[in-house]
Design a protein. Structure first.
Length: 294
């Protein structure tokens, strides 16, 4: 049985961010280990740390991704769709210390521009999402989202309900990584992720993963996965802006030979899960998945 994360802990920590909804362009870059110190030097000089608490040095992020049985979100990442989506639960551990709160995120990308809604949900809403792929209104959610009114939260829930009804969402994969976050006063945000890991959840269907083999989406996913693992210890840098790269970042790209790449942590994770299952010569791979998520 999948362990359902709790929105409660003993720390009484503050919310991760007051940014409940935003729209922006996101660009991604691989940072090879030998370039990492140079990149960090520029980031710490040009930007300020972007955390709610000044003593935070990094945040461990856990993301639980939902998808259809046929992994529609995964396939749409590669099929040229102009409108793509991801739905996930996120929890945060500043400096490795678990923080209260489970956040539901709906991220939609249309013609390269990302729009994301994020809001805290209750334990009961988390349970609903795991058990049925759906989530209902809960008055207690208002207390968890002081910057949002009831109408806005209901609109977010309706948006997620539409995806869930069409696709019968289920928990597919859990990803973890360590993130450093930076920002400036002009709206530029930048994150640096390292140590990405993945494990399968109960919604994974080996039959549907097998049907992915040989499809154009699968071949593209393999290429993406290979590019990430080609250098051990590679970090993933994400630049988030409203229209253009700042001049100092263009200089950094030239100095460190950075090139924008197409990469999805979720799609990478599905590729890793599938490859592990395909490599197994056992007849009962589902049993192995179940043992990993207890």
């Amino acid at each position: 049985m999948v362990a359902i994360p709790s929105t409660q802990d003993a720390g009484g920590n503050e919310p991760v961010s007051l940014d409940y909804s935003f729209q922006r362009i996101e660009e991604k870059f691989f940072i090879h280990p030998e370039k990492l110190n140079s990149v960090l030097g520029v980031l710490t000089k040009r930007l300020t740390p972007d955390y709610p608490h000044s003593m935070t040095l990094f945040t461990d992020v856990e993301s639980i991704y939902f998808d259809s049985k046929g992994t529609d979100f995964f396939q749409k990442h590669f099929d040229g769709s102009k409108r793509r989506a991801k739905i996930r639960l996120r929890s945060y551990s500043p400096n490795g210390i678990p923080q209260s709160g489970t956040y539901l995120e709906c991220k939609i990308k249309i013609d390269g521009v990302s729009k994301k809604h994020r809001f805290a949900i209750t334990d009961e809403q988390v349970r609903q999402l795991f058990e049925s792929g759906k989530i209902l209104w809960d008055e207690a959610a208002l207390d968890l989202n002081e910057g949002l009114d009831e109408t806005t939260i209901r609109e977010y829930l309706q948006e997620i309900a539409e995806w869930s009804t069409d696709l019968e969402l289920r928990p597919i994969a859990k990803l973890r990584y360590r993130r450093q976050s930076f920002r400036d006063d002009l709206g530029i945000r930048l994150t640096l992720d390292r140590g990405i890991t993945v494990c399968p959840l109960s919604g994974v269907s080996i039959g549907n993963l097998l049907r992915l083999k040989g499809t154009p989406a699968w071949l593209l996913a393999l290429q993406m996965s290979e590019s990430y693992k080609s250098v051990q210890g590679t970090a993933l840098l994400e630049l988030k802006h409203s229209g253009s790269r700042p001049s100092w970042f263009l200089d950094l790209m030239q100095e460190c030979s950075l090139e924008a790449i197409s990469f999805s942590k979720y799609c990478w994770g599905i590729t890793q899960i599938a490859q592990q299952l395909f490599a197994s010569e056992k007849v009962e791979p589902k049993l192995r998945i179940a043992s990993e998520v207890r």
